[in-house]
Design a protein around this ligand. Structure first.
Ligand code: 4AD
Ligand code: MG
Length: 479
């Protein structure tokens, strides 16, 4: 008999039919006559209850069905009286595939803290929370490709090893094959990268945007979806050193077109999750409710599914950075009437505390902030007529803060060169980027969605380390 996945059985299984299932034991309980084993195979949040007659299988075998052990069970599907399940399987054959010593196995048949599970990242796929997050993550990956495919965008794989710093922020991981104990030096005493593998200094990409722009200048509408690396030493619940970013880039789009696409995209993804992951989201939502119970009423956040639907209801608010600063300066965020970080006034970058205030307290809707001062944004953004601000857009979400960053790009060759000079960005090495401003340049725009920030929002998880299988953060690359 061929194995059937538990998801299929729960969806399509007919009572009275025989099935073979394989999976891992979550719990076992029972009496001298009968054992109930909750089996999970990762295909669905629910366990399949296996009913095993002690007389048939013997206590010795059933005692090996400890939490974490893997089993193969053949049996007949039966209507179940148990709460929360319609069917169960009455075992006819039961085999332990792999034993699991309960004295050594770190996972107990109880709820573990997320912190504890982070230390057991090699085993946390076996838990309800992480398997639910992983399935939702998979659905979101699929939805990203669906969305862009339906719009005729072409997916581009941009390089992971590159010689350019797309964001000009200098937060790069270097890639080298030089012998660190014996680094070749130039006459001026600098590291001689001409003797390195690529003949020049290289790093892991901080963004696929620059290469994406090249592709958009021929294919018109493209998107990337790739790993992104930032050596920013920030230990927060919103930052990873290795994260995944989706970067669409569109020829002939201005900033308004760009905002329209970003809003449509985010709404599509959230709607997709609600439609395709109802069981996992219901589980994650109930998990969150338990956590919220322990908080003071005023600190409790909205119920997860309610929060997701809420984003779909209205248009996002669009306003300029200057307007946002005015609102923040005149706001009293807490009982003391203060922000943790004061608003420095025009010119300062916003802290996520400020972003979340605008979204959660002031507008109570997602917000798109535009036209930031050029000093706090990247070199490639199109300068406005005021010569002070750039056509940037940040999409701010409840619970997250910045979920998307994007802009209309500077397509004017002279203006771009001037900006690069102003910001000390070596233009000789970027000749290939500058070329696109000489040969049939067109207005174009794009943005980057941080995939794990999206995942935080959709799953309601509070820490970015819990929405990626193997988080890379400062001092953490164990698994
Ligand atoms: O705002 P960022 O730095 O923009 C860019 O990289 C542009 N090249 C995008 C573009 O226009 N094509 O990053 C974009 C998004 C952020 O809004 C955030 O969601 C996410 O990437 N992000 C991070 N996510 C997790 N960990 C980090 N360290 C992140 N840094 C940025
Ligand atoms: Mg940004």
């Amino acid at each position: 008999m061929r194995r059937t996945k538990i998801a299929d059985i729960l969806q399509n299984g007919v009572v009275g039919e025989d099935f073979l299932v394989k999976g891992w034991v979550r719990t076992r309980r029972g009496s001298k006559q009968v054992n109930f084993i909750a089996l999970n195979d990762g295909s669905v949040i629910h366990n399949l209850q296996i009913v095993a007659d002690v007389e048939i299988f013997g206590e010795e075998l059933l005692r090996r069905a400890t939490t974490g052990a893997s089993l193969a069970v053949t049996g007949k599907l039966n209507a179940s009286q148990g709460a929360g399940q319609n069917v169960e399987m009455v075992a006819e054959k039961l085999e332990v595939i792999g034993d699991c010593d309960p004295n050594e196995y770190p996972l107990q048949p109880k709820k573990h803290s997320l912190e504890f599970l982070r230390e057991k990242a090699h085993l946390r796929f076996r838990t309800s929370t992480f398997s639910a997050v992983a399935r939702v993550r998979h659905a979101m990956i699929f939805a990203v490709h669906n969305f862009f495919t339906s719009k005729g965008f072409v997916n581009i794989h941009t390089p992971i090893i590159t010689a350019s710093d797309a964001e000009g922020a200098g937060e790069m991981f270097q890639v080298t094959t030089l012998d660190l104990d014996n680094v070749p030096k130039t006459e001026a005493g600098k590291i001689d990268f001409s003797r390195d593998f690529f003949g020049k200094a290289t790093n892991l990409t901080v963004s696929g945007q620059l290469e994406g722009e090249l592709a958009a200048m021929g294919l018109a509408d493209i998107y990337t979806f790739g790993p992104t690396f930032r050596a920013e030493n920030s230990n927060t619940t919103r930052h990873l050193a290795e994260f995944w970013m989706i970067e669409p880039e569109m020829a002939f789009y201005d900033l308004n077109d760009n905002m329209d696409l970003a809003e449509e995209f985010l709404k599509y993804l959230i709607k997709y999750a609600l439609e395709h992951c109802p069981d996992d989201l219901a589980f994650l939502s109930s998990r969150l409710m338990e956590e919220e119970q322990n908080k003071k009423a005023e600190d409790r956040s909205m119920e997860l599914l309610e929060k997701l639907r809420f984003v779909l209801e209205d248009d996002f608010v669009r306003l300029t950075y200057s307007e946002a600063i005015e609102i923040l300066k005149n706001s009293k965020p807490n009982k003391k009437g203060q922000f943790k970080y004061t608003i420095e006034g025009y010119g300062a970058d916003l802290q996520s505390e400020h972003e979340r205030f605008l979204v959660e307290k002031h507008f109570k809707k997602p917000v798109v902030l535009t036209d930031y001062p050029k000093e706090i944004k990247a070199f490639y953004m199109k300068l406005n007529e005021d010569n002070k601000t750039v056509r940037a857009m940040d999409v701010l979400f409840p619970q997250i803060g910045e979920i998307i960053g994007g802009s209309q790009r500077e397509e004017n060759h002279e203006k771009l060169l001037a900006r690069m000079a102003e910001m000390d960005i070596p233009s000789e090495e970027m000749w290939w980027y500058l070329d696109t401003r000489k040969f049939g340049a067109v207005p174009h725009s794009g943005f980057g969605l941080g995939f794990e920030r999206l995942m935080l929002f959709v799953t309601g998880m509070g820490n970015i380390r819990d929405v990626i299988a193997f988080p890379r953060t400062p001092k953490n690359a164990e698994f």
